[in-house]
Design a protein around this ligand. Sequence first.
Ligand code: NAP
Length: 378
Amino acid sequence: MRVGLVGWRGMVGSVLMSRMVDESDFGLFDARFFSTSNAGGQLPAGLAVLPRVEPRLYDASDLASLQECDVVLTCQGSDYTKQVYEPLRKAGWSGYWIDAAKTLRMNDDAIIVLDPVNQPVIDQALNKGIKNFVGGNCTVSCMLMGVGALFKAGLVEFIAATTYQAASGGGAQHMRELLNQMGSLNASVRQLLDDPASAILEIDRQVLQTQKGLSAEQTQHFLVPLAGNLIPWIDADRGDGTSLEEWKGGAETNKILGRGPGFNQPAIPIDSICVRIGAMRCHSQSLTIKLNKNVPLKDIEQMIAEDNPWVRLVPNTKEDSIHHLTPIQVTGSLNIAVGRLRKLALGDQYLGAFTIGDQLLWGAAEPLRRMLRILLKA
Ligand code: NAP
């Protein structure tokens, strides 16, 4: 099998490459690397030493070279998918397309992949000859890896969520912007901070003045300051009071679970308010889950803890929550932390939960890597 890799140098792509190396995926197939910016160049030394890789970079828009691949795996983004996918299919290519971008996710001939949650949906699709497998929205995938057990047990009546999404969800430039803004804020009050006798309200006033005075260049990616602030809107405005990120929460969760339009099971209502915060990496969310019956909390904890090898149940205490239920603790690991589990004052069927996952791992790279493995076994 020859696998064409596109977008391997971006944020998601770099994490994917690192995971594929860690799991010794290279060597199981012939790998051809594509580039949108350096066609004809050489593969970086770190990748060139891997087994069965071609040393030169191919042009990512060259359909003929892409057609020679049995699988194209792209983390390049939605613009690339929009530009290349249709022409490639029209040219007669019938290989497998694995993609991190949103473009094809909701198409009838595409499956959203998250195999620890929806392996049966993937198996069914492969049997039906489906060729497009797309990674889900990062927040959705991390949430399902955390509380997927409740869906599998048929216990969820609805979920209302508030998300706390990291700067890196926007890509590398967004992380840099946040850090630069943090530096500007600190610099603007450094002398006052050094003086223990300075007035805190003066520091506060000067920080606010700096935040409001950040230039268009300093807020180029988030459009407004994120340092010392939050932004209660992520992705496009759908014009009906919801953001695209919020819409994905309901639509993609149900599609991953094989529910809603096109499936035999009704959709489960899932809605959220999605918020960008100044965390570097990891998407967190606070969930209000209405169960369709009163299930004892200890049974719920056991179900969640045993659902998959990556869930880490965090006891609902202050000590455990502040030490183990934070983006800093989860970043860079495949662990999905689930904590603050308790029955809410709203009633016995209402469950509160807080989940955190690294949105570049389970939220992006890992489901794609695992889909490639599934294809290699098929
Ligand atoms: P990204 O970091 O912007 O990378 C995308 C492409 O940008 C790279 O493959 C590279 O293509 C090009 N690029 C240009 N300058 C670069 C530089 N200085 N460093 C690295 N790459 C550079 O995008 P991403 O965050 O990985 O997202 C890729 C796709 O995954 C998007 O569709 C996104 O929506 C989706 N996704 C992202 C996340 C996330 O948390 N970031 C999570 C889930 C899904 P060439 O090598 O061809 O030049």
